[in-house]
Design a protein around this ligand. Structure first.
Ligand code: ADP
Ligand code: MG
Length: 202
């Protein structure tokens, strides 16, 4: 098992599935022993960038600070999984230039589906005018032109999207020797566990 530092950058509309897939990929990689770190808009905005709002200027400043963190980690062999709406092409280009092995993951999902999911009730608030500058409603989203990976979360299951990302990382040679989730059946897993126990390893 070996890994290079990388910056896996999930961009997409609110509720498109960025955090969900990033979490699932992170879990898979952690289980395999890879060094990874998750950066997520929701968490970062309560800490590192809690002073910022959602104007164009503040959104760019939010991403610039996150880029600084991703840069330090990815150049030290850590795999960074970052989930941010990051609606502007120019700022995503900035992240690409600053970080090691940048991989853009376009989490594609029609606005109507995202709005129906409305995980935190934010679309409803934006439609009601309670919150302003909400991406997809009254704030633009510039779709990636050449993303390394595109997920279509209205057509794929979470598992399929996750597998697509893992496969992409493997093809780009950023990770190696990760076994497919289907490599061992539960029965085989049990058998291996018993064998390791009998040898005194567990
Ligand atoms: N293929 C898929 N990938 C990711 N999320 C999906 C998928 N299919 C359905 N979903 C659902 O969509 C929602 C996405 O929410 P979330 O990950 O919080 O979005 P974001 O971080 O982009 O705002 C979750 O409730 C998730 O279960
Ligand atoms: Mg999220």
């Amino acid at each position: 098992m070996s890994q290079k530092g990388f910056t896996l950058w999930f961009t997409g509309l609110p509720c498109s599935g960025k955090s969900t897939v990033a979490d699932a990929v992170a879990e898979r990689l952690k289980k395999e022993g890879f060094k990874i770190e998750r950066l997520d808009g929701d968490i970062v905005r309560q800490s590192l960038t809690r002073d910022l709002g959602f104007s164009e200027e503040d959104r760019n400043e939010n991403i610039k600070r996150v880029t600084f963190v991703a840069k330090l980690l990815s150049r030290n062999e850590v795999g960074v999984l970052a989930a941010f709406v990051s609606p502007y092409r120019s700022i995503r280009q900035h992240v690409r230039e600053e970080t090691t092995n940048f991989v853009e993951v376009f989490v594609k999902c029609p606005l109507s589906v995202c709005e129906k999911r409305d995980v935190k009730g934010m679309f409803a608030k934006a439609r009601a005018g309670i919150i302003k500058d909400f991406t997809g409603i009254d704030h633009p989203f510039e779709e990636p032109e050449n993303p390394e990976i595109t997920l279509e979360t209205d057509k794929e299951t979470i598992d399929e999207s996750t597998e697509k990302v893992i496969k992409g990382l493997r093809e780009m040679k950023l990770i190696s020797e990760i076994r497919s989730s289907e490599a061992y059946s539960p029965e085989e897993e049990e058998e291996i566990k018993k064998r390791l126990e009998s040898l005194g390893y567990l």
